[in-house]
Design a protein around this ligand. Structure first.
Ligand code: HEM
Ligand code: HEM
Length: 136
């Protein structure tokens, strides 16, 4: 694993550690108020970043310069989203516009991924997972 795939996987591991620490602290304190933050760190952070990492690893033709833009857009907006959510639930409602903008930016990142991934998958000559690269 290298390049944008490795970047996404590194980010995923970071989310998993932070999200599970938050889950543990919620469980130990019996205060589940931060459940939406924990849930989003785990699924939007750990799971989605892992999916992106494995996709770019298995389909190297998709790991273009645009994929690097996808990494930075999803990475920055995702972190601002969950950090903002943590502060919002923690009693700072004024941060909500920041969370809203970050959410929309994260969605744009998803649209960009759809463009990159589907564009590559449907261009049959460039679909090259390590296993079928030799065959195509
Ligand atoms: C150290 C491990 C973990 C701990 C201690 C932990 C703890 C918690 C706690 C205390 C809640 C709140 C439950 C409630 O109030 O109903 C929760 C919810 C949740 N956790 Fe975790 N969690 C852990 C790992 C994970 C992992 C690995 C994932 C996903 C990959 C995950 C995804 C979720 C989700 C999606 C919810 C929200 C569930 C709902 O909407 O009802 N958690 N977790
Ligand atoms: C554009 C970014 C997103 C926004 C604005 C958003 C917003 C929300 C909102 C408003 C809730 C309800 C929270 C509550 O009732 O306490 C929610 C719950 C949830 N979302 Fe998202 N979401 C986003 C992205 C995602 C993504 C990408 C995933 C999964 C990959 C996801 C997974 C979940 C899960 C598992 C829950 C239930 C956990 C809970 O109740 O806290 N969300 N989301």
């Amino acid at each position: 694993m290298q390049g944008v795939a490795r970047n996404f996987f590194t980010l995923a591991i970071g989310y998993a550690i932070v999200g599970m620490l938050l889950g543990l602290s919620m469980a130990m304190s019996h205060d589940h108020a931060q459940m939406p933050t924990h849930a989003h760190i785990m699924v939007l952070g750990w799971i989605m970043s892992s999916v992106f990492a494995f996709f770019y690893h298995l389909v190297p033709a998709a790991a273009s310069r645009l994929a690097t833009v996808h990494f930075w857009l999803s990475g920055i907006s995702g972190i601002v989203l969950v950090a903002g959510l943590f502060m919002m639930i923690g009693g700072n409602p004024s941060i909500e516009p920041v969370v809203a903008v970050a959410s929309m930016a994260f969605f744009v990142g998803m649209l960009l991924f759809a463009w990159i991934a589907l564009g590559t998958m449907w261009k049959s000559t460039t679909v090259a997972s390590p296993r079928n690269a030799a065959a195509s």
